[in-house]
Ligand binder design. Structure first.
Ligand code: GRF
Length: 199
């Protein structure tokens, strides 16, 4: 059974969807640790409820040391796959090099549109009619790595940032566990920027 390490900065609803998928037997994995850069993250409460070890790592100071410390913790926990679940930072080299093509992220937009912060607001301001979410492997860019799965939702004429975000979040909770399951089953292969999914 593979061990997953989750990095989260806040609410942790995607973290919860992964926990739920493991508990229901949909994913054959174990969350070996939650790492957070925010001691007030609600994700910590979720970890406690499920007896998942959690570690706060202070992000102040050298980014190099911060990411080396995270990589060290993940390696010490025996983690094979790293899952970013609302981790509000751009991951740097020391962590990426420790887990090449073994870090996933979820972004609340159909990449490559609307990278970075407030993706749902960007989509509304642009006036797109279709929005959605993307699970991708993490490289050194911001929301640029190879795309694993995407799901689209309509943008409705009376949508607010909140209503659109809620519609996208429902998809996030579906496709993140699905992408993790594909990884665990060895069905993902990456060539350049393209992820091939085996049937
Ligand atoms: C989600 O919208 C995710 O796509 C983005 O940050 C948000 C995290 O939400 N990366 P949660 O903490 O998983 O509830």
């Amino acid at each position: 059974m593979i061990k997953i390490g989750v990095l989260a900065s806040g609410r942790g609803s995607n973290f919860q969807s992964i926990i739920d998928s493991i508990d229901s037997g949909a994913i054959d994995a174990k969350v070996a640790c939650l790492i957070t850069d925010n001691p007030a993250a609600y994700a910590i409460e979720r970890a406690k409820l499920h007896n998942i070890p959690h570690v706060y790592i202070n992000p102040a100071g050298s980014k190099d040391i911060f990411y080396k410390t995270i990589a060290g913790e993940l390696i010490a926990c025996g983690v094979e796959l790293v899952v970013l679940a609302g981790f509000m930072r751009v991951v740097k080299k020391p962590l990426i090099e420790a887990f090449p093509m073994r870090i996933m992220n979820i972004h609340p937009a159909l990449l490559p549109s609307f990278k970075g912060l407030h993706a749902q607001r960007q989509a509304l301001e642009y006036g797109v009619k279709i929005a959605g979410c993307t699970v991708h492997f993490v490289d050194e860019g911001v929301d640029t790595g190879p795309i694993i799965l995407q799901e689209a939702v309509p943008v409705l004429s009376d949508d607010t940032e909140e209503s659109l975000s809620a519609r996208i979040l429902e998809c996030e909770h579906r496709i993140y566990p699905r992408a993790i399951k594909l990884y665990i089953e060895g069905k993902l292969s990456v060539t350049g920027n393209t992820v091939r999914i085996e049937d």
